[in-house]
Write a protein that binds this ligand. Sequence first.
Ligand code: 2YJ
Ligand code: MG
Length: 259
Amino acid sequence: MALLTPEDLEDLLNKLRQSNETIKASTGKGITEICEEVYGTRPASQKVAIVPITAGNGIIGNFSSSLLAITEYFGLEGYITDHPDITGYHQAVSDGADILLMADDHMFIAHNLKNGKIAANHICTGVIYSEIASRFIHAGSKDVMVIGLGRVGYAGAEHLVKKGFNVYAYDPNTEFMEKAIEELGVNAYDSADHKKFSMVFEATPNANTISEGMITDRCLISTPGIPCALPAELAENGDIDLVMEPLVIGAAAMLYSVF
Ligand code: 2YJ
Ligand code: MG
């Protein structure tokens, strides 16, 4: 899994505003409304504690402060605990925090201590980015392409299947493909079929996974993956809407899923 870098997290709220403009233009709704509709919740003055975690690769510069900025963007009060790890966890619970946000190298979770709900970033990211792709207002069919069937891609593919979309998927890992075909009933994407998609959900840690032959002239590509799935020469095409942002949209979905 790709580890975020401090550079990925620079200027995050500006990136969010830009992404939100693209989301509105291509789906008709903004990220807040989409989260409300997907999870059926709204913020209600919950107090959010962010606990830095030193395990594994340790503290990522800008990570906790980015989570704080996101928390405040959604109108909630938040703070970063004075100490990391267990001491920070103890402080958060003692302070009466409603929601905890914390991540190690493998899991990033939101835990609502008041209602017991817990969210995992990979699931929420898959759900919300695939949901955004599926809302493309210029889509001519219910066909959606999913590229990458790791933890995030699988969660998104599952969400789209449950929503009644016609899901095509590709992952070079044949075990991942077989699992998704068997468990979710997705169609295996075959480039030899020359099928083109106007809705693409991409969740890989690789660059340039989208080729011209896969997409229609006017399309929406929704991807939490860094580096960018869309080759630079295609990104210049003004008819391709690209929603790509490394943290905020997934974190917003996590918060809404535990409200
Ligand atoms: O508290 C810290 O600063 C660190 N322990 C944060 C670690 C953040 N974790 C990751 O970057 C994982 N790869 C999961 C992030 C998922 C974002 N889509
Ligand atoms: Mg990528």
